[in-house]
Write a protein that binds this ligand. Structure first.
Ligand code: GLA
Length: 381
């Protein structure tokens, strides 16, 4: 991709890029909607990425092009407004440019920018965090700035929260920034603090992308965010992560049925993250798999962010041989299911799960056998 991107940039803009950067997509391994509740979460960076190529120009114009998404766009350096329609993909790099000064960092003035990707968009693999981090690395490198990695991760999140307008937590950007091949990334979201946990050999990941997306997905995500904050307030804590299962039981009378369900999901899910770290360290993939599937059941029944399509895939996968466990990955309300499998699970088995899905829903989910990969990096500059 590196040589290809270099060439494409040259063809598009008539000069070579000064900077090349890359940031990976991520799997949410376990810890569903725990991040913005101050909890813990485990993710993995994958071997699919967004690449950015960049070169400065002297006239103060910022030209954004993408080889996958529609809508090239040119804006002047003194205009930072949210775009709509086909060029709205450029809101991710624009959001990064808007965030830089808030961290005491300089944004480059004029430049030519090209993004390329082998990461499917809308599959719950966080292509948005990947483009934010690859953009941040490129903008920082071209201006000769080297803030700590935590800051780069926070810049990505700020772009998403304040410019794009999604109240996400730190999971996606944290994993894209701190990912490491053959490792999971553990995030304690209150710090936030990041560390990596080695994966036992023989852990394989399959992603089944349903290409379904609830029409109101952004609104539903924001609604869950609000419900969790209201439940925390009713329990007298700032974040649900501060409440124990015992505190939840004691607060039962003060919470609506719905608030109780949301709170229980988050509090128990945080406990599952801890148990998963223990099982991963012991190399017990069967136990890890059971925790993953239990997490899905909790999303399905308590957090209510699953869909019939995702449930069908999880049911089909956990009934299949060589699958340790399966769950929805990411925000939910459509998107993708992740399965943790042994190495024996292969294309033929994945195909028969996809066939069963096709029979029921009339469309075939994409199957992706992904490997873990390294976090965001500068490739040239
Ligand atoms: C999306 C958000 C993350 C996280 C997950 C749910 O991926 O971007 O911050 O909240 O949903 O766990």
């Amino acid at each position: 991709m590196r040589a290809e991107l270099f060439e494409k940039f040259h063809t598009r803009f008539g000069c070579p890029p000064e900077i090349l950067s890359r940031a990976p997509g991520r799997i949410e391994f376990i810890g569903n909607h725990t991040d913005y509740n101050g909890g813990t979460v485990l993710g993995a960076a994958i071997d699919r990425s967004v690449w950015v190529a960049l070169a400065r120009r002297g006239d103060g114009r910022r030209r954004f092009a993408s080889d996958g998404r529609d809508g090239d766009v040119t804006v002047s350096a003194d205009r930072l407004e949210k775009l709509s329609g086909p060029p709205s993909w450029a809101n991710y790099p624009l959001g990064v440019l808007a965030a830089l000064p808030e961290f005491g960092l300089r944004a480059p003035a004029g430049f030519d920018y090209l993004a390329a990707s082998d990461l499917p968009v809308g599959a719950g693999l966080s292509s948005s965090a990947a483009i934010e981090l690859a953009s941040a690395l490129a903008f920082l490198a071209v201006t000769g700035q080297q803030p700590p990695r935590d800051t780069i991760v926070q810049i990505g999140r700020r772009a998403e929260n304040d410019f794009v307008g999604v109240p996400c937590g730190i999971l996606d950007q944290g994993v894209s920034g701190f990912g490491r091949k053959d490792h999971l990334v553990f995030i304690d979201c209150r710090g936030p603090r990041f560390k990596t946990v080695p994966l036992p050999p023989g852990a394989h990941f399959w992603i089944f992308n349903t290409h379904t997306r609830h029409a109101l997905v952004d609104g539903l995500y924001a609604a869950r965010h609000r419900e969790c904050m209201a439940a925390a307030m009713a329990m007298g804590v700032e974040f649900l992560a501060e409440a124990s299962p015992a505190a939840l039981a004691a607060a039962a009378g003060r919470l609506s049925r719905l608030a109780g369900m949301r709170a229980r999901h988050v509090i128990e899910e945080i406990a599952r993250v801890g148990a998963t770290v223990g099982a991963v360290r012991q190399g017990d993939l069967a136990a890890v798999g059971r925790l993953l599937t239990t997490s899905h059941r909790s999303s399905q029944t308590l957090f209510e962010n699953s869909t019939p399509e995702l449930d069908f895939l999880v049911d089909a996968l956990v009934a299949a041989p060589n699958v340790h466990g399966a769950r929805l990955t990411g925000g939910g309300f459509g998107g993708a299911v992740m399965a943790l499998t042994s190495e024996i699970f292969g294309e033929a088995q994945a195909c028969s799960v996809a066939d069963a899905y096709l029979e029921k829903f009339g469309a075939r989910p994409d199957r992706l056998h992904v490997q873990t990969g390294d976090g965001a990096e500068l490739l040239r500059g």
